[in-house]
Design a protein around this ligand. Structure first.
Ligand SMILES: [Cu+2]
Length: 94
């Protein structure tokens, strides 16, 4: 394997459905500099909030959005929905 291989992109599939969220609090381990994509489908109007990144993603009922992001900082960051407030994943970035 080449040592210069570019880092893989981690896709985090998120479903907002029937008033619930999936995943439901799972931890996602990333390394600083990694790229990741929040792949969100929703059956309701909601906002997905990436804490620590000051990123709020508005989603509409029936919508599918893909949001590419870069893990440009380290720490533990919660990703949650706001209507209702539910923890989706925790990003653990080292
Ligand atoms: Cu929030």
């Amino acid at each position: 394997m080449s040592a210069s291989a570019s880092p893989a992109v981690t896709t985090i599939e998120i479903q907002l459905k029937d008033g619930k969220v999936s995943p439901n609090g799972d931890r996602v381990d990333l390394n600083q500099g990694d790229q990741f994509v929040l792949d969100i489908t929703s059956d309701r109007d909601d906002e997905v909030h990436v804490h620590g990144f000051d990123k709020g993603i508005e989603v509409s009922a029936g919508q599918h959005v893909r949001v590419p992001m870069t893990a440009d900082r380290t720490g533990r960051f919660e990703v949650e929905s706001h209507h209702p407030e539910l923890l989706i994943v925790v990003l653990q970035i080292r």
